[in-house]
Design a protein around this ligand. Structure first.
Ligand code: ATP
Length: 441
């Protein structure tokens, strides 16, 4: 295991590059600050994280539906939501070394933590990225890249509610890219300027807001645990009154113990009826719904669990990372929950002759045809190939050996305890399917 928590982060960043999880963006041009690209293993991992979220929040629920709004929206949306006015961070510069900081991240807002120089007064810096729509670059053509996906849900509230004939309480979920011109991005993919969110707005009767707030707090905490995060590395932190966003009555963060400290993975906020009322006011179209029970129009309250796909992916990676054993038995392993593993089963012929590669290829094709993510690895010694799969987080390896050529059986090796057992080659896919199902994948 690396010596310090910082070394651990460096080790994970280099493993991510070496194994094709995450690369620096535009690396051949020396990279672009805070931008990252997901490679072949990384894209599968992140897709699986989003899929696990969608399954928990939409597919397996009767009371939540999905949507996918565009990134560019009418500029009035950001006036109504308060982002144009208030989505700012306090920026300070060091007069000596020119470093930039967020004043709210500093203990002493007068002195530079790097060189001891004097800091400027804090200026408000709006985090929204601006661009122009159409060929003319003037104020009337200014649009913004959305800083959160939530507003796309609020403005579609009635469309979705009416089209799906939903009754309170119900939720609308969405995943997608958001953009924030962060002053101090960093810590790998933890804080970037372009990132993906997984957000759900849960609309309820105003008097039930506290019940649903507690409910989503528990649900969301347990989602991370169910998908493999260790209990001791996860906690809930309630916001102090002075930390609350302008729209929130209450907010709690799900925090993960990253190597760089406890940090937010997800925020669960009680947004009250703030957004629906504001959009009604600014658009002139009421977003209140008719309540059959009380026979009047009401503005529902909103409980919002807002998570980050990149932050969650990073937490799952860090939590899965382990180095175990000594000497010849030492190995690096990513103990992903099988639902998140980029590759579910690798097929390995023991040697590259005696018909073993052909037999392995047949099993590999069978797994492919069943839509299970798989990989055929023929080169290198068997020990090194197992090591590569452990490091990619692959839960099962199927090996074709000389006995396979005699009795048509293969071995299945489980990643976590290296246990091996034999099954008929023809039932290998079925066995993998069974193992995945039992593991909840
Ligand atoms: P922070 O305090 O870390 O800036 P926030 O409280 O502003 O985050 P929210 O507005 O609650 O974040 O956004 C919901 C989620 O979106 C966050 O919990 C996080 O997972 C993700 N997120 C927000 N900003 C970023 C970013 N710059 N990079 C990556 N993910 C982000």
């Amino acid at each position: 295991m690396p010596d310090t928590r910082n070394d651990l982060m460096t080790t994970i960043v280099s493993l991510c590059k070496r194994r094709g999880f995450i690369f620096q963006s535009s690396e051949i041009y020396d990279g672009l600050n805070s931008c990252w690209d997901y490679g072949p293993l990384g894209v599968e991992l992140k897709r699986n994280v989003k899929e696990a979220w969608w399954k928990a929040m939409v597919t397996t629920r009767r009371d939540i539906v999905g949507q996918d709004a565009s990134i560019l929206m009418h500029p009035r949306v950001w006036e109504a939501s308060g982002h144009l006015q208030g989505f700012t961070d306090p920026l300070v510069d060091c007069r000596e070394c020119r470093s930039r900081f967020r004043a709210d991240h500093l203990e002493d807002t007068k002195t530079c933590p790097k060189c001891g120089g004097e800091l400027t007064d804090a200026r408000k810096f709006n985090l929204m990225f601006k661009t122009f729509m159409g060929p003319v670059e003037d104020r009337s053509a200014t649009v913004y890249l959305r800083p959160e996906t939530a507003q796309g849900i609020f403005v579609n509230f009635l469309n979705v509610q009416q089209a799906s004939r939903l009754k309170l309480p119900f939720g609308i979920a969405q995943t997608g890219k958001s953009f924030r011109n962060e002053i101090t991005p960093g810590n790998f993919t933890y804080r970037t300027r372009e990132f993906e969110q997984m957000e759900m707005e849960f609309f309820c009767y105003p008097q039930d807001d506290e019940h649903w707030y507690e409910y989503w707090k528990n649900e969301r905490f347990n989602w991370y645990i169910k998908n493999g995060i260790r209990n001791e590395n996860l906690r809930l932190r309630d916001h102090e009154k002075d930390e609350l966003a302008h729209y929130a009555k209450a907010c709690v963060d799900v925090e993960y113990k990253f190597p760089f400290g406890w940090n937010e993975l997800e925020g669960i906020a009680n947004r009250t009826d703030f957004d629906l009322k504001k959009h009604s006011e600014f658009s002139g179209k009421t977003l209140a719904i008719f309540d059959e029970e009380s026979k009047q129009h009401i503005f529902p309250y909103v409980i919002e669990p807002a998570a980050g796909a990149d932050r969650a992916t990073l937490a799952f990676l860090v939590d899965a990372y382990a180095v175990e054993g000594e000497g010849k038995n030492k190995r690096t392993i990513l103990r992903f929950h099988p639902a998140l593993s980029p590759i579910k089963a690798a097929v390995l012929p023991l040697v590259k002759r005696d018909g073993m590669p052909e037999k392995a290829e047949k099993i590999y094709n069978d797994i492919l045809d069943n839509g299970i993510a798989t990989f055929l690895d023929i080169n290198l010694s068997i020990g090194r190939r197992y090591a590569r799969q452990d490091e990619a987080g692959t839960p099962y390896c199927i090996t074709v050996d000389s006995q396979s050529m005699e009795d048509d059986t293969v071995t299945i090796r489980r990643r976590d305890n290296r246990e091996q057992f034999r099954v008929n080659a023809g039932s290998a896919v079925e066995q993998i399917r069974k193992e995945l199902k039992e593991a909840g994948a």
